[in-house]
Ligand binder design. Structure first.
Ligand code: G3I
Length: 449
């Protein structure tokens, strides 16, 4: 996507009308207004977790399956295709109105053992069959495919990775895979995707030369994915120029797997640096007209691949282990044109009951649920007593009252409420015979259900 909403509206209306300055409440709203994608790598097995699902539902306008469309997931046994997990992600994208990004058709990793046992002729047939079958299955659903992933060497010198495909099929396997993908799904954009190519260097230049050659030879290629698995404080200074030189070849570019890892545990200094790094990446993309957007490689630090692969490293995403939005979240929102103040609670729900009542006293029990997509780092519950009641001793909160207006604030130990999370509190009060429940509640100034 790279079509600002305002232009789309103006084109429809035939006139340029300024869009109302409605407050955006999610990264998705901000990105959509700018005509770019803000994506997330999705694990469909986590959608049963309310906080995970709420964030995925509301904060992103693109999803890519983190693992569900890979070779080991889709063709674990030769010729036997299983699309269950990939279909779940595709259905989720359709249900939630998000763009679906395909990852990935040809990759040396997460490759079933049977593939590496094939001779060159059989491997070529198997690769083309895999590309054709998977791309055909998701035809019309996937907007773009990572056709070939990580084809260049880790040593960064621009040489090809000595994968089974490279070793047995030679340089031409990449073009062959792209041609097969185009034939299977002519409507999908076809990308080459890799890491450590965010800067201008030997590895990115090798891919630059490949794209240039494909264009000259008529091999179908539409886009380049820059994974951007970055290290804290190391956003390349020439990233924007690098994206631009690829765009100048006539392909789209996008950041496909962004995370920014640090030595754990995180602290305020590291999180501030991370916020600055995220801001820089998003800003670099937005500065390049052909940059389609930025995808982060997971919802929450809790399930990130990083600690398992880089022991002692992690905290690389926008939400922490408890689904609290990190400073990087706010930085991304700001880079996308959002406000500079932390988002107010996007939703709240309150239950209020009188647990017991006597002569002129009562005990009230309250539960506040964060039904929004952003974690609260503190909360204030407001309501009014209509019949002269007063609030006295409170637990799990501190209480104040001014006239009929009661304010209950978090205690030090229950300030953080993750999306989907709830806090219970209560207080003793007085009444003068009548004790109706408050008619309405606010949390952090926002009306609650
Ligand atoms: O599904 C099995 C499960 O049945 C089993 O119990 C469990 C035990 O370890 O493993 C599960 O599979 C794991 C899979 O993720 C799903 O969780 C694999 O072991 C694990 O290796 C795999 O890791 C993925 C990794 O790619 C594989 O190389 C990560 O989740 C995924 O984030 C990562 O993503 C890659 C991109 O595709 C390409 N670019 C780099 C990026 C990070 O490595």
């Amino acid at each position: 996507m790279r079509l600002p909403a305002l232009i789309a509206i103006a084109a429809l209306a035939g006139t340029l009308v300024a869009a109302p300055a409605a407050a955006a409440t999610s990264l998705a709203q901000l990105a959509t207004a700018k005509g770019v994608d803000i994506g997330v790598a999705l694990d469909p097995n986590r959608l049963g977790e309310a906080a995970y699902k709420t964030i995925a539902d509301t904060e992103f306008n693109l999803v890519v399956p983190e693992n569900a469309m890979k070779w080991d997931a889709t063709e674990p046994t030769q010729g036997q295709f299983t699309f269950t997990a990939g279909d779940t992600v595709a259905a989720y994208a359709a249900q939630t109105g998000k763009e679906l990004y395909g990852h990935t058709l040809v990759w040396h990793s997460q490759l079933p053992n049977w593939v590496s046992g094939l001779d060159a002729t059989a491997l070529r047939t198997a690769m083309l069959n895999h590309v054709t079958t998977v791309a055909t299955h998701f035809k019309g659903k996937v907007g773009s495919w990572d056709v070939v992933n990580e084809a260049f060497s880790d040593n960064g010198d621009g040489s090809r990775r000595s994968s089974v495909f490279q070793t047995k099929l030679g340089d031409g396997y990449i073009a062959d895979a792209f041609r097969a993908a185009r034939a299977a799904d002519p409507g999908a954009k076809l990308c080459i995707n890799d890491y450590s190519i965010e800067n201008i260097g030997a590895k990115s230049t090798a891919i630059y030369n490949l794209v240039r050659d494909f264009k000259a030879q008529g091999v179908p290629i539409d886009c380049v994915g820059f994974q951007a698995h970055l290290i804290l404080g190391q956003v390349p200074g020439d990233m924007r120029a690098n994206l631009q030189r690829f765009a100048d070849l006539g392909v789209d570019v996008r950041v496909t797997e962004l995370d920014i890892r640090m030595a754990t545990p995180p602290d305020a200094t590291k999180l501030a640096q991370q916020a600055s790094d995220y801001r820089a990446v998003v800003t670099n993309c937005l500065a390049v007209t052909r940059c389609q957007g930025v995808t982060v490689w997971g919802v929450t630090d809790k399930y990130s691949w990083i600690p398992g692969v880089f022991p002692g490293q992690g905290a690389a995403l926008l939400w922490d282990d408890n689904y609290a939005a990190k400073p990087a979240y706010q930085a991304v929102a700001e880079a996308l044109g959002g406000t500079t103040t932390p988002p107010a609670p996007a939703g709240c729900e309150v239950t209020y009951s009188v647990a017991s009542q006597w002569n002129n006293g009562f005990t009230a029990a309250i539960t506040i649920t964060n039904t929004g997509s952003t974690a609260w780092s503190g909360w204030t519950l407001g309501f009014a007593f209509a019949a002269g009641q007063t609030v006295g001793q409170a637990w799990n909160a501190t209480s104040t009252q001014s006239g009929s207006a009661v304010t209950l604030r978090n205690a030090s130990y229950n300030a953080t409420v993750a999306p989907g999370g709830a806090v219970s509190l209560g207080f003793n009060g007085t009444h003068t015979g009548s004790n109706p429940a408050p008619a309405a509640f606010t949390a952090n100034g926002t009306a609650c259900a």
